[in-house]
Design a protein around this ligand. Structure first.
Ligand code: SF4
Length: 459
């Protein structure tokens, strides 16, 4: 579970204290962003696809009650049991009820941010059910007893040496063997045992299709398929915003999803589930947990279009340099920084400020969510809720005063341009700006306003 008392500035500073790790994290994630760009540029219709995806999701959300009813009817007609959960507690109670009634002792689970959001693992473990995360990255963070640091690449914060040490301790692999193939084979052998001995499998849902009542799960490891075809019980946990109207709409999203997420043309497995395997049973738990409230918000309802590709994290200069562990909500990065504060502005206020407002997240988002604009609106909510720390508040008040008094603003610029160059070097090196590894830029002789005026005069 995520510690929601985390404050972004302090947690980011702690992460940045290890310079080498911070640099490596930044470049590893930027590499994924570049792969995304390469894939996107190969599709001339990329922008048209994004617009189409935005429109389909916006339409679905505008008639969500109708589509949810249609989905429930179709799924029930397929022989699937549909459950409704108003919140995380009810979701966990329903899942536990299904498992307990069938004496399930072990559950294999494929990646699901929704179950992280609901805190399902500790809930079931406290009630005597063993939960095994089967996505490799999820399994790694589960063995380390930590939450995922990224929604698509949960263990992206770790180096292979750290994974080798973990596997040596937990799975008995050879000490010091960092070979990724060796380590992957060891994890696979271990997971296979769990697949064969589990009594039930749980998956998340990437897309629910109202027209058919089926759910679609996208993975790169095939773990959702093993987890649902070996044990007799399949439970799919689905946030109520995951619906799309028709099967013919799915291709728009699958083309965008893998390219945006990891820079691949497709996910290796796009699995469709319509009914239980022969002799088994299938349940779908549809979860609200605050989504209806977000849907009712004029400012934030667009965040429900999210398909959890993670592209906004990979491009975000703040996420790349501060890691997923610096955010108080279970989903980090730009989308988490709007979802967290939407749920509880006081708890997650610092996330709204973990943003340079560069807008890169909105530019890459495959469903065109106005993420950076939402973060600015959350800042206002944080201010109104009295959730802005005193130091930041004073800085903002000073800035407001200056921007409301242009003559004073110009004068302070002039003073800074004169004073900063003559400050002793030791002093400037101690500033937060310099400590973060940046060079202090040379002060220009003129302000932008002056340069602009001169240029206009010349023309
Ligand atoms: S907000 Fe957009 S870019 Fe970020 S995870 Fe969701 S769909 Fe992907």
């Amino acid at each position: 579970m995520k510690d929601d008392s985390i404050r972004h500035p302090e947690a980011a500073a702690a992460f940045l204290a290890d310079r080498e790790q911070a640099r490596w994290h930044d470049s590893a994630i930027w590499w994924v962003r570049q792969k995304r760009d390469a894939q996107a540029s190969q599709l001339p219709e990329w922008e048209a696809l994004r617009e189409l995806a935005r429109t389909i999701k916006a339409h679905t959300l505008s008639r969500l009650d109708d589509y949810l009813r249609q989905f429930e009817e179709k799924a029930a007609a397929n022989g699937v049991t549909v459950h409704w959960a108003a919140d995380a507690e009810e979701h966990n109670r329903i899942v536990h009820g299904i498992l307990a009634a069938r004496q399930v002792k072990k559950l294999v689970k494929s990646k699901s941010m929704l179950t992280e959001e609901c805190g399902l693992n500790p809930y079931l473990e406290q009630r005597g059910i063993e939960v095994i995360d089967t996505d490799l990255g999820e399994r790694i963070v589960q063995l380390r007893h930590e939450p995922p640091s990224h929604i698509v690449m949960p263990a992206i914060h770790l180096k292979k040496e750290q994974i080798s040490e973990l596997f040596h301790q937990e799975l008995g692999t050879e000490a010091g063997n960092n070979d990724p193939t060796y380590l992957t084979h060891a994890a696979r052998a271990n997971l296979r045992e769990h697949f064969l001995t589990a009594d039930a499998g749980l998956t998340g849902v990437n897309f629910g299709i109202a027209e058919t009542g089926g759910v679609v799960v996208c993975t790169n490891e095939g773990n959702a398929d093993l987890g649902t075809s070996l044990p007799p019980i399949h439970i799919a946990s689905m946030g109520l915003e995951k619906l799309i109207p028709k099967l013919e709409h799915l291709g728009v999203f699958t083309r965008l999803l893998a390219r945006s997420a990891i820079g691949s043309p497709v996910t290796t497995y796009t699995s469709h589930f319509h009914q239980a395997r022969p002799g088994g049973e299938m349940h779908i738990v549809i979860v609200d947990n605050g989504r209806s409230e977000i849907l009712g918000s004029d400012d934030f309802f667009q965040s429900l279009r999210c398909i959890r590709c993670g592209a906004c994290m990979n491009t975000c200069p703040v996420y790349r340099r501060s890691s997923g562990f610096s955010y108080s909500y279970i989903i980090p990065g730009p989308i988490g920084s709007t979802l967290g504060p939407s749920r509880d502005i006081r708890k997650h206020a610092s996330m709204a400020f973990a943003c340079s407002t560069c807008g890169s997240c909105s530019n890459v988002c495959p469903v065109k969510i106005n993420l950076h604009e939402q973060l600015v609106l959350h800042r206002k909510r944080a201010w109104d809720a009295g959730a802005v720390p005193t130091g930041k508040k004073m800085g903002l008040m000073a800035m407001r005063f200056l921007t409301r008094h242009p003559a004073l603003f110009d004068l302070s610029g002039k003073v800074m341009r004169k004073v900063v160059p003559i400050l002793p070097e030791g002093l400037t090196r101690q500033s937060a700006w310099s400590r973060a590894g940046r060079d202090l830029p040379e002060m220009p002789e003129q302000s932008f306003k002056e340069m602009y005026r001169r240029r206009e005069e010349k023309n």
